[in-house]
Design a protein around this ligand. Structure first.
Ligand code: ADP
Length: 398
């Protein structure tokens, strides 16, 4: 498959790099890959193209090395990306702060501004910037575009975006609710409208993005009116390793009474909490097996996860007033039938019903799991953040 007009989508994490070469119009994927444990001696890169999957256990000291190795894989498949006529390199950038709310062609000024807002996302934006610099160096003639995870939620109503803290402090430090996973919520809500064959402006929906990170959003006529993640991706739902909502007083107590440093609390809440904190495991497949084997910790982790999810569904039902669709997406949402059933159990009074047979079907297609005649369409809609980034990147470079 030719790479002419395709977009190379890059998602650079602190020690990983995911990439995909995809045609924005057709959605055809030419190749994808992932480099893991970058900076570690035991790093590896896996590349999939032309029906073949190749893994290379090789030292990748930095993101530049990972992109270089990916370019070699492409070369071995007969594609020299530097002169293949790519439309763009599309970068996922986690935090756009108050500066960025549209896909943005990357210039030195844009890089400087992403750097300036990095304190808002210290774990993410610096890694994204490393990926941007490396790609610009290795593919200098291809335009680079930044697509921000926060962008979709830029227009959140003031009441939903504002923390009830001293205004002067909030202003000075840009403290507000930004929301994340925006590319996915945007894409999935659009797919919901397509599936229902209804203009997006006419439907109210709740999107539940349940992956390792997890977030919920309430979308009225295509515009988000609330979302569960806040100033950082730590707020909201129980996640694989993040706590989601906690009493902020707990943080103060951990510092004052338990003597934990700010960095230790950061690690505790982001990496050692959520499902992993509750039962030692963050993969839902394993947790499900453990529950079946009678593991009480796994059971409690599941119950806490579902309890929080239902709390958000309830809040968004009230905020939206009328709900036409509820969509489940991402790794857990697309695959874990029990989560979908338990999240919406007992809501028949609200017109929300999950049909057990439909819910049990496994498929990679968008599908309805509620009966045809209920008020609220409950859907499973696979997300595709790479395609959404590719489309936005290609649109902005014309
Ligand atoms: P992210 O992009 O946030 O890393 P994903 O959307 O890929 O996450 O979701 C990853 C999670 O999805 C895994 O940690 C696992 O818990 C869950 N998952 C994946 N496949 C299944 C499955 N078949 N059944 C239940 N859960 C699954």
């Amino acid at each position: 498959m030719s790479a002419q007009g395709a977009v190379l989508v890059l998602n650079a994490g602190s020690s990983s790099l995911k990439y995909q070469l995809v045609h924005p119009d057709s959605g055809e994927v030419v190749a994808d890959g992932i480099a893991e444990r970058i900076g570690d001696r035991a790093s590896s890169i896996t590349h999939e193209q032309d029906g073949r999957t190749e893994t290379d256990e090789v030292s990748l000291p930095d993101h530049r090395a990972a992109i270089e190795r990916a370019l070699e894989f492409f070369r071995a498949h007969g594609t020299e990306l530097a002169d293949a006529g790519l439309a763009a390199v599309g970068h996922r950038v986690v935090h756009g702060g108050r500066s960025f709310y549209e896909p943005t062609v990357i210039t030195p000024e844009v890089i400087a501004e992403i750097e300036r807002i990095s304190p808002l996302a210290p774990l993410h934006n610096p890694a994204n910037l490393v990926g941007i610099s490396a790609a610009r160096e290795l593919l200098p003639d291809v335009p680079s575009v930044a697509v921000f995870d926060t962008a979709f939620f830029h227009g959140l109503p003031d009441a939903a975006a504002t923390y009830a803290i001293d205004r002067a402090v909030a202003e000075e430090h840009a403290l507000r609710r930004y929301g994340f996973h925006g590319t996915s919520h945007d894409y999935v809500s659009g797919q919901v409208a397509r599936f229902l064959d209804c203009p997006i402006g006419e439907i109210n929906q709740i999107v539940l993005h349940l992956g390792n990170g997890a977030s919920a959003s309430a979308i009225a006529g295509g515009a988000p009116i609330d979302t569960s993640m806040g100033m950082t991706p730590l707020e909201g739902l129980v996640m694989g390793t993040r706590s989601g909502d906690i009493d902020p007083g707990l943080v103060l107590h951990l510092h004052r009474a338990a003597g934990l440093s700010v960095d230790e609390i950061d690690t505790l809440l982001n990496k050692q909490s959520g499902l992993r904190g509750l039962c030692g495991e963050n993969d839902f497949r394993t947790i499900t097996e453990q529950i079946e084997a009678g593991d009480a910790d796994a059971r409690r982790a599941y119950d806490v996860y579902i309890h929080r999810l239902r709390r958000y569904v309830g809040a968004y039902l009230v905020e939206l007033g009328r709900v036409d669709a509820i969509a489940f997406t991402a790794g857990v949402g697309e695959n874990a039938a029990s989560v979908r059933a338990d999240a919406l159990a007992g809501l028949e009074h609200y017109g929300i019903v999950v049909d057990p047979d439909r819910n049990a079907v496994r498929s990679r297609e968008a599908r309805r799991i509620s009966p045809d005649d209920t008020e609220v369409a409950v859907l499973v809609v696979p997300t595709n953040e790479e395609l959404a980034i590719a489309r936005q990147s290609s649109a902005v470079v014309g």
